[in-house]
Ligand binder design. Structure first.
Ligand SMILES: Nc1ncnc2c1ncn2[C@@H]1O[C@H](COP(=O)(O)OP(=O)(O)OP(=O)(O)O)[C@@H](O)[C@H]1O
Length: 452
């Protein structure tokens, strides 16, 4: 196995001629790095390599070159140096940050070989890890939606099911959980995939603009309407329209939307013509729309019209086992912006991320990872780079009540899933009545159609 291993040798000193000769005898292929040696040709060669760097009598300038070379190469390194070199702060830092191990002169060849074998094992692990990451990305590439937990599988399954039909879907979930991503995924899997996908945030538009934004207007319909404008509903003809924050739609527009859903025709503001539009509506909200109906802020008839199929997108804290894989996914996505020396997350950072409450869900995770990638001055992201105060973590440790609620919901979904959404079977499996199952489904927003 050793005969396949290649060692890049960076630097020169007669102190190490003998141990290097020994390595060659044992079958290691030594490749001295020449002055001005380009890295690019080497990097395109996928064979495994480790690096051996000689740090004796380095000036600050050569140290700078060596460091730059090591940072660009993705290989694990072993350092060789005399005791004196250890007094130089820059060399100590380089050993700590960029080397798997080091030996001081006089070097014992078997020890050196052991360190190189260790570095080779790390190189292999790095290779497997990057293959794994590419695979994970490819697997999740279907919608660029990452998740490996049962709640996320359930979500993917529901997406596939609702994509196969053309009914209106109501997507529920906290802010930043991935509702728009879910809507896109439904569109991409549906028969409308080749048509347009438009998203409108009903909460972000002023009341006086939203009507013309959705329905369009004719030239001269109102002051400032200098041109005819095609609304988003019409623009999505043949495709899908995602109405985010539907709960913020003013009451008078709710009537217009309902009329459109019933007739599949629209009228531009200031227009007389009725235009037939073929568009699938997906709607989302992070507020309790049932309550908004009770309080008279949302029309009940529109609510039922939209609520044909439902999807619940889980909060990040409800699938915390996905946090690490998501964090690595975004790390990879922004890797072109990161400093070369940054390699990933420290154990402590991963622990802190798992314990944090994530009120802003996946969107907050993206922002924190991105921030950490800029702020980090080490090889691995530390908790402080993420800007999560420990104080906030402790305050959000799950209460017993929350843990019970979560376990209850998981057990319910799992039992319904196993029993193809048959209420009787799920009830007898869980040892409760049918009424209890219905009550729990209502309480946790679990919808039967999506589980069948
Ligand atoms: N499971 C996931 N895998 C990968 N990226 C995700 C996932 N969930 C969410 N995201 C990303 O998180 C960000 C927020 O998602 P999205 O905009 O879909 O959330 P939202 O629930 O619609 O938010 P809001 O309620 O604020 O409109 C997006 O960049 C999205 O791509």
């Amino acid at each position: 196995m050793a005969s396949l291993a290649r060692v890049l040798l960076l630097g020169e000193s007669c102190n190490y001629h003998e141990p290097v000769r020994e390595l060659k005898k044992k079958g290691w292929a030594i490749e001295p790095v020449k002055e001005g040696h380009g890295l690019n040709a080497k990097e395109s060669d996928p064979s495994l390599r480790v690096g051996l760097v000689i740090l004796d009598r380095c000036t600050m300038e050569t140290l700078g070159h060596i460091e730059a070379f090591m940072l660009k190469s993705q290989h694990p390194w072993v350092g060789l140096l005399d005791e004196e070199a250890l007094e130089v702060a820059g060399i100590r830092r380089l050993l700590l940050d960029l080397c798997q191990g080091f030996l001081c002169h006089p070097v014992d060849p078997p020890c050196l070989e052991l360190l190189l074998h260790n570095a080779l094992a790390v190189a292999r692990l790095q290779q497997q890890e990057s293959e794994y990451q590419i695979r994970t990305e490819a697997e999740s590439g279907e919608y660029e939606m990452v998740g490996t937990t049962p709640v996320m599988w359930q979500l993917f399954k529901t997406i596939r099911k609702v994509a196969a039909v053309d009914a209106t879907v109501f997507i529920h979930g906290e802010s930043g959980t991935g509702k728009e991503l879910t809507a896109q995924a439904i569109h991409e899997r549906s028969a409308r995939a080749s048509g347009p996908f438009h998203a409108v945030n009903c909460g972000a538009l002023p009341d006086n603009l939203i009507q013309s934004e959705l329905f369009g207007h004719e030239k001269g319909a109102f002051t400032g309407a200098a041109q005819r404008k095609v609304g988003r509903i019409e623009a999505a003809d043949g495709g899908t329209l995602f109405l985010d924050e539907i709960g913020d739609l003013p009451l008078e527009l709710q009537v217009n939307l309902l009329r459109f859903l019933e007739t599949r025709r629209i009228q531009r503001v200031g227009g007389l013509e009725e235009i037939a539009v073929d568009v699938r509506i997906l709607a989302a909200t992070h507020v309790d729309l049932g309550r908004a109906v009770k309080e008279g802020r949302f029309r009940e008839d529109l609510y039922h019209r939209l609520n044909v199929l439902q999807i619940e997108v889980p909060a990040l804290r409800d699938h915390s086992e996905d946090i690490e894989i998501l964090a690595r996914f975004f790390f990879q996505r922004f890797s072109h912006e990161k400093p070369v020396c940054l390699k990933g997350f420290s154990k402590e950072a991963l622990t802190v991320m798992r314990q944090y409450h994530w009120p802003g869900n996946v969107r907050e995770l993206i922002n924190r990872v991105r921030r950490a990638m800029v702020m980090c001055e080490n090889r691995l992201i530390q908790p402080e780079d993420l800007g999560i105060e420990r104080r906030r973590i402790q305050r959000h440790v799950m209460t017993l009540e929350e843990a019970r609620e979560r376990a209850e919901k998981h057990a319910l979904i799992a039992a319904l899933g196993r029993n193809k959404a048959r209420i009787n079977s799920a009830a007898s499996e869980l040892g409760v009545s049918r009424v209890t199952i219905y009550r729990l489904m209502e309480k946790h927003g679990v919808c039967r159609e999506s589980l069948a």
